[in-house]
Write a protein that binds this ligand. Sequence first.
Ligand code: FAD
Length: 241
Amino acid sequence: MTDAPLPIEEVQAVETAWTTGIVIEKAQPTDDLVQLRVHVQDRIRHRPGQHYLIRLRAPDDYTAQRSYSVASDDDDPLVEFLVERLPDGEVSSHLYDVVEVGDELEVRGPIGRWFTWDTTTPAVVLVGGTGVVPAVAMLRTARRLGRTDLLRVVAVGRSPDHLPYRAELAKAGASLAYTRVSADTRAAGAPTADEVRPLLEGVELAYVCGSARFASYAETLLVDCGMPVEGIRVERFGPTG
Ligand SMILES: Cc1cc2nc3c(=O)[nH]c(=O)nc-3n(C[C@H](O)[C@H](O)[C@H](O)COP(=O)(O)OP(=O)(O)OC[C@H]3O[C@@H](n4cnc5c(N)ncnc54)[C@H](O)[C@@H]3O)c2cc1C
């Protein structure tokens, strides 16, 4: 991490360049999720919601690069990624199956201005599956600043096993919704307008992140609940190419 006394709100955007990330920690919390904690050389401070590019290079110089959101807060000495291994996914399978602690990755970041939380604006965050990753960064930052009251996070997964960071999200006050199984007093199903509408009071922005299908459901739901469309920021984790 760089030594920078300025609060993150005052850090100016700078051009990013490819650099080296060394994998310091690797965990596989489920059969299809890999968590990598990476030391990034010449690291630039990031805002919650930003992502990095990770580029793989084969011996014949073929390259493949994909975007991965940062889960960690800016004060974490390592940059944390949480990647879902997709069936036949080129980069995600490599990160899950092949990459080991000590390996070097080519990385570039942080990237993204639109989908970042400024740490002061009250916001609703509606995320699904691995789309929870930027919400985790936002909550970790809010916790450091003592402002978790500013964020109302709704995290959606098929079941508890399909919701990354489930325990941490719950502890931070997020509402958890499972589409395929009932839990506690909540019946299985996607979040409803009745659940989301009360969260919008006093909120100026909404962040939506997940698959294309989830994102379009969530955006429509927010509009139906009265959120102005210009206040909704969407990030889609779609298949590549
Ligand atoms: C800003 C941003 C942030 C992101 N953050 C994250 C994150 O934090 N965590 C995360 O897990 N993902 C994230 N993603 C998604 C990520 O960038 C990759 O898209 C994802 O990991 C898949 O890449 P891959 O190389 O493994 O799969 P790819 O090789 O690109 O394939 C993806 C899937 O599509 C299928 N597929 C590919 N091509 C075709 C085709 N032509 N026809 C039919 N099917 C096809 C494959 O079988 C596979 O199942 C993010 C995306 C964006 C844009």
